[in-house]
Design a protein around this ligand. Structure first.
Ligand SMILES: [Zn+2]
Length: 77
């Protein structure tokens, strides 16, 4: 069954898996095995590599502005 699966479809499913890991990857909260999965995948997948770069740039820009999207605790909490 699995051997008849279209390789493009398998690739797309792997992309979806990797993209779901990306935000934790950028937060540095991903376990080492998952970190390796992301790094290995973006090495040969241009689409995910571009997406990771965009996410990285976005997170960096937010940090540069002093807006940390992962921090929800305000001084008045
Ligand atoms: Zn991909």
């Amino acid at each position: 069954m699995a051997s008849t699966l279209n390789p493009v479809k398998r690739h797309r499913e792997h992309c979806r898996h990797v993209r779901a890991l990306m935000s934790d990857y950028l937060d540095g909260e991903l376990p080492p095995p998952d970190t390796r999965t992301v790094k290995r995948h973006v090495r040969w997948c241009p689409n995910c590599r571009r997406m990771l770069k965009n996410l990285t740039d976005t997170v960096r820009a937010l940090h540069a502005l002093g807006l940390d999207p992962t921090t929800t605790d305000g001084p008045g909490a």
